[in-house]
Write a protein that binds this ligand. Structure first.
Ligand SMILES: [Zn+2]
Length: 316
């Protein structure tokens, strides 16, 4: 009995120490494998309605299962299947996994990225696959790595929802469907991650947040990173309207502090929406440091000690 007790205690202490060490949970190897697989030629650019996006969804589901996420609202699958409209018979699917909150389970925090991309496009004679490594295999990779981290950390008082959106590139259908599956008033914050594969305009260990002034979400994240080498900045490209161009827009319009985190230099990114958006053009260290910064900066929202201010509702 006694021996069992001490063995258990030793095991608990080991788990606890392990759980605290972000560098052991989110490793470069882990992150590289995710992004390389999602942006591989085998996924054929993850075009909506293609076999390639189906393979990507299957891969994301396998990651969620291995991490130990639950399906949303008692569903029997991570796939949230729907149709673009009443006449279109081709299924679309988001991939959604959950870590239930410990004491504030009705309060939801969403982490997301879109896993669809352009598929096969006009090529250069040798290549025609738009791999979408930065856009947005990098964001989906971050979302999965954050799920792994928070599952190990086990201190989320709030319920965490991890979602890979479909059909962003053809009109944001995935995030629009997702927003109707829950009460937006219960969503405390949304961390949408788009294109974190290359160094931002502000240099190494930096990222920007769209709609920075619309809530105090960004200020909370900045506070949690104080003393680290990483900094978050307001979106430097306001004229690009990025806040309304990604999957955060639907929930933001419903009042949720829903923001996109990115490092893309959108005004000069020559690989954007081309066949050259491949893993080989990315900066692996930038991806890793940005994911870890999001993991640390979100912690008080995950634990339920900080609640960002709401964004004025645009639609009823
Ligand atoms: Zn994108």
């Amino acid at each position: 009995m006694k021996r069992i007790f001490y063995t258990l205690l030793a095991l608990l202490i080991t788990q606890q120490t392990f759980a605290q060490d972000i560098n052991k949970i989110i490793t470069k190897e882990y992150v590289d494998n995710l992004i390389k697989t999602l942006s591989s030629d085998e996924m054929e650019g993850r075009g909506t309605f293609t076999p390639g996006i189906d393979r990507a969804a299957t891969f994301i589901e396998a990651q969620f299962k291995e991490i130990g996420l639950q399906p949303l609202n008692g569903a029997d699958s991570y796939r949230q299947t729907f149709f673009k409209d009443s006449t279109d018979k081709r299924p679309l699917f988001n991939v959604v996994g959950v870590i239930p909150g410990k004491s504030k389970s009705a309060e939801l925090v969403v982490f997301s990225g879109h896993y669809d991309h352009l598929g096969i496009i006009k090529g250069d004679g040798q290549d025609s696959i738009a791999n979408g490594a930065d856009d947005d295999a990098s964001g989906v990779t971050a979302m999965i790595a954050l799920a792994k981290y928070y599952k190990k950390l086990k201190n989320n008082e709030r319920t965490l929802i991890f979602v890979a959106f479909t059909a962003e590139e053809i009109g944001g259908f995935g995030s629009r469907h997702f927003s109707k599956q829950l009460n937006p008033d219960h969503v405390v914050a949304m961390f949408n991650i788009e294109m974190i594969g290359k160094e931002s305009k502000f240099g190494k260990n930096t990222a920007f947040i769209t709609g920075f002034d619309k809530s105090d979400f960004g200020k909370i994240l900045q506070k949690n990173l104080a003393g680290t080498e990483f900094t978050f900045h307001p979106d430097p490209y306001p004229r690009q309207n990025l806040f309304y161009r990604s999957d955060n827009a639907t929930l933001a319009a419903l009042g949720v502090p829903a923001h996109t985190i990115s490092t893309d230099q959108i005004d000069t990114d020559k690989f954007y929406h081309t066949i050259k958006d491949e893993y080989s053009t990315l900066d692996a260290d930038n991806i890793l440091s940005t994911i870890k910064a999001i993991a640390k900066s979100a912690i008080s929202i995950v634990k339920g000690t900080d609640t960002p201010t709401r964004i004025p509702r645009l639609v009823e």
